[in-house]
Design a protein around this ligand. Structure first.
Ligand SMILES: *Cc1c(COP(=O)(O)O)cnc(C)c1O
Length: 451
């Protein structure tokens, strides 16, 4: 096969063996092929079809415990509020709830998911720049632990809603620290030009005002500077140092500050980027906020749910183009949009044992959607794969299924949870009836045929 790409470029990617070594819930068996915990992916494909999201409960638990150990090890009093937007599957939420995680939600739907998974309202934080009155009413009715507000306008709105319900909202003020998290422009949130939070300079006056508005009780400051932060701790330290400075100033004015919400954003190594550890994050928090002695809240999403998940897909066909080999899969950008949206790199592993040891050559890995952007990888070193061969996209547990759509009238993929030697479909593949449900034909079109 001929390729215009120099092979050395694809060669620089981590090898299959290196990808496996970095992901302890995955292993390759001589007979069964690629296996999650103790369940071969081929068995899951046979039972549930493809494309299918597969989550490892063991990996979720291991990561939840590693984060909690890091926080405790740094001497922090910390509560973890998992960012439901990364992966809101109820089974995933239940695994994390059993580990003592609360939730960070950004919509009524996510609040309902968290409650349905058994996460107590006393462990739920509501974030987001555009919460509606209806959502605020529900949050107050559920009596969740904290609502993070992001503007003076929202403070006024929440005050009115709370007062009308005769309730007092515990509010965090999301402050924009104006630091550069050095991540992809679409997921940086802590620069002054971003839509999130209130400007650092405006925050103290607004915080003081919160204490005076009816129906509101300010309880702390919140910051979330961006997602997939892999550039080390500098941005976190800068943000938390500003947070410490502000908390001290507020308390010096006699204003109540009960805890500090450190947000999420901890990045993961998708390819082989050096990614910071939870110990490094805990250390940065302890160094900057520790002296205040206040409890801290964390809102990790991707770090918890990303690595435990993968997207299992089948090869539809292998197409030889003009100087390029295309592997056309049954998963598309409507399933996993991260490569299209963020130029994200995902490891791609064949599943069959023979495919894992066959000779490699560059291939463009694409989906069936009618968009050139429906490309998962270009010039990736992969074996020749026959129709029906299985492949797995690694680290797809966060911002995977939750961002999928039915574009091209493609039903939402199934989701499977693996737990040791067991597995179960935890969300069935969407049926075509379900996809059409809710569509209605107005009377005047119902006659059919031409006028
Ligand atoms: C998205 C988000 C998170 C989680 O971000 P990750 O990068 O997935 O850790 C946490 N807090 C808030 C407010 C968010 O918007």
């Amino acid at each position: 096969m001929v390729s215009p790409l120099p092979f050395a470029q694809a060669d620089a990617d981590p090898s299959f063996a290196e990808m496996l070594a970095a992901r302890p819930h995955l292993s390759l068996h001589a007979l069964d092929g690629l296996t999650v915990e103790e369940v071969p992916l081929a068995r899951i494909a046979a039972a549930a079809g493809t494309p299918t999201w597969v989550y490892s409960a063991g990996a979720l638990r291991r990561r939840a415990r590693a984060l909690q150990a890091a926080l405790a090890g740094a001497g922090l009093r910390a509560s973890v509020h998992y960012a439901v937007k990364a992966n809101g599957n109820l089974a995933v939420l239940r695994v994390l709830a059993a580990e003592g995680f609360g939730a960070d939600v950004v919509s009524e739907g996510e609040l309902r998911l968290a409650r349905a998974a058994g996460i107590p309202a006393s462990a739920i934080v509501f974030s987001g720049v555009g919460k509606t009155e209806r959502e605020l009413r529900l949050a107050l009715a559920e009596d969740i632990v904290q609502i993070n507000i992001e503007s003076a306008e929202e403070a006024a709105m929440l005050s009115a809603v709370a007062a009308s319900l005769g309730r007092v909202a515990r509010v965090g003020l999301r402050v924009n620290p104006d630091v550069d998290a050095q991540t992809h422009a679409k997921i940086t949130t802590g620069r002054s030009e971003n839509k999130f939070g209130v400007a650092f300079e405006d925050a103290p006056a607004l915080y003081a005002r919160l204490a005076e508005l009816p129906g509101l009780r300010p309880v702390g400051i919140a910051m979330h500077i961006g997602s997939q932060i892999t550039s080390g701790m500098a941005a976190y330290r800068a943000a938390y140092a500003r947070m410490a400075e502000m908390a001290q100033a507020l308390m010096a004015r006699g204003l109540p500050v009960e805890h500090l919400d450190c947000g999420g954003g901890l990045g993961i190594p998708y390819r082989d980027e050096p990614a910071p550890s939870p110990e490094a994050l805990a250390g940065a928090i302890a160094a900057t906020l520790g002296p205040l002695g206040l409890p801290v809240m964390l809102e990790p999403g991707r770090w918890i749910a990303g690595p435990p998940g993968l997207l299992l897909s089948s090869v539809v066909l292998q197409k030889q183009g003009a100087g390029r080999r295309f592997l056309v899969l049954d998963a598309g950008m409507n399933d996993l949009v991260r490569p299209t949206m963020y130029d994200a790199w995902h490891g791609i592993l064949p599943v069959a044992p023979a495919d894992c040891t066959a000779a490699l050559s560059p291939a463009d890995v694409v989906g069936p959607v009618c968009e050139t952007g429906d490309t998962f990888a270009r010039g990736r070193a992969l074996p020749s794969l026959q129709p029906g061969a299985l492949v797995a996209f690694l680290d797809a547990g966060a911002y995977g299924a939750v961002m999928s759509s039915t574009y091209n009238a493609r039903p939402l993929a199934a989701e499977v949870l693996v737990d040791g030697a067991r597995f179960a479909v935890v969300r069935e593949r969407q049926g075509f009836e379900a996809m059409l449900a809710g569509q209605q034909t107005p009377d005047w079109l119902a006659g059919g045929g031409a006028p």
